[in-house]
Design a protein around this ligand. Structure first.
Ligand SMILES: Cc1ncc(COP(=O)(O)O)c(C=O)c1O
Length: 383
């Protein structure tokens, strides 16, 4: 079997991830930060270690500003619903965003939020001039994905940060497709709020993710969307002011967080630069192999340096669902077809409403996998 659906979730997970999860359940299964006994302390230590590892990987100076969530969608909702006042705020975003950004923003727009969506080029690249123009009336927040989950196109985060800050806005980045895949230094890149998911490039299990909050932001800036028990300040019936407890309540996904820590440790040992080099080489080989096939249209930049290893295509005369089905049934290649929860991105590419066939390579893939996918697409296109 050839797994080319890493943009949806990475697979297989490193054995250490599975081991860390079973270890947590078997040996550290107390409720972290709640009880004072050794199982609770061990669980709390595992959770804190994951915070530290994530902080190290993503350039966050303070592990206590890594708020652990169920996924990036949860993290984005915490940031958007907690920060914004729809009655007074203006937000600028791009036309390549996932519904995890667009749906909360559209819901806030219905409550009065002013929203500007900057159109991207047909390959998903951002027009910085258009972003600068959209920011001229001012804004409270800019929201941008680091890479599209449809075309893999990278957005220029440092330049967006400079524009946002010049206009007095904060920058929230959706790093669902890049955390663990590209080197990220949140502080150096000027990212105020960085939302990530644990089960893709970070190699952790599903049900994990988080929000990194820059040191200069007051915790009070973000109103908690959820409130409840934290194990801290139990004498008070108000939500604690301090991070991460202000934004993290209820018992979390302890085994998942332990697994996420193991995934991040694996990446730190392997080196994200090495991951990027491997995936960029896979992407370029896939693009070069698919490019010349008659009837195949590729989306996104043709230079792998400008994108992740997520490649969208269509084959003339074949619906995307037929292609996905044949890749699975006849070639044992697993991919994803359709809109990938990003209708705005498909409108930008001109592939709405049918969507695309998405081949998303990842750390576990080899050149042989890529060559098999190219050969399969060639056969389907010729049939
Ligand atoms: C760019 C982007 N944002 C958000 C999400 C949502 O991720 P999750 O389901 O882990 O919250 C995804 C995953 O598909 C994504 O690719």
């Amino acid at each position: 079997m050839i797994y080319l659906d890493h943009a949806a979730t990475s697979w297989p997970k490193p054995p250490e991830v599975i081991r860390a999860m079973t270890d947590f359940l078997e040996r550290a299964g107390g409720n972290p930060g709640r009880s004072g006994h050794r199982l609770s302390i061990d669980a709390g230590r595992a959770v804190y270690e994951t915070r530290e590892l994530i902080a190290r990987l993503l350039g966050a100076p303070d592990p206590l500003r890594v708020v652990l969530t169920a996924n990036v969608t949860h993290a984005l909702n915490i940031a958007l619903l907690g920060l914004l006042d729809p009655a007074t705020d203006r937000v600028v975003t791009t036309s390549m965003e996932h519904n995890s950004v667009m749906r909360p923003l559209r819901a806030l727009q219905e409550r009065g939020l002013e929203l500007a969506v900057v159109p991207c080029h047909a390959d998903g690249q951002l027009d910085l001039e258009a972003m600068a123009t959209a920011l001229r009336p001012g804004a409270r927040l800019v929201v941008a994905s680091h890479a599209s989950n449809v075309t893999g196109t990278l957005l220029p985060i440092r330049e967006i940060a400079a524009l946002a800050h010049g206009a007095g806005a904060l920058l929230l980045v959706d790093a669902a497709q890049t955390a663990g895949v590209l080197p990220i230094d949140a502080q150096e890149m000027g990212i105020d709020l960085l939302a990530f998911t644990g089960h893709k490039g970070l190699l952790g299990p599903q049900g994990t993710g988080g929000l990194v909050i820059a040191p200069h932001l007051e915790p009070s800036l973000i109103r908690p969307v959820l409130m409840g028990g934290t194990g801290s300040r139990s004498e008070e019936e108000r939500q604690p002011e301090t991070l991460p407890d202000r934004l993290e309540c209820g018992t979390g996904n302890g085994p998942g967080i332990a697994g996420l820590g193991a995934g991040v440790r694996h990446l730190l040992a392997h080196g994200v630069d090495a991951v990027r080099a491997h995936e960029q080489a896979l992407a370029q080989r896939l693009i070069d192999g698919l490019r010349g096939i008659p009837g195949v249209t590729l989306y996104g930049p043709m230079d792998a340096a400008l994108r992740t290893a997520t490649i969208s295509l269509r084959i003339a005369g074949h619906s995307v669902s037929e292609v996905g089905w044949r890749l699975d049934e006849s070639y044992d290649i697993l991919c994803r077809v359709g809109l990938h929860c990003a209708p705005a991105a498909h409108r930008t590419l001109g592939t709405f409403p049918e969507g695309t066939v998405r081949l998303a390579a990842g750390l576990s893939n080899t050149f042989a996998d890529i060559d098999a996918a190219i050969a399969a697409v060639r056969e389907i296109a010729a049939s």
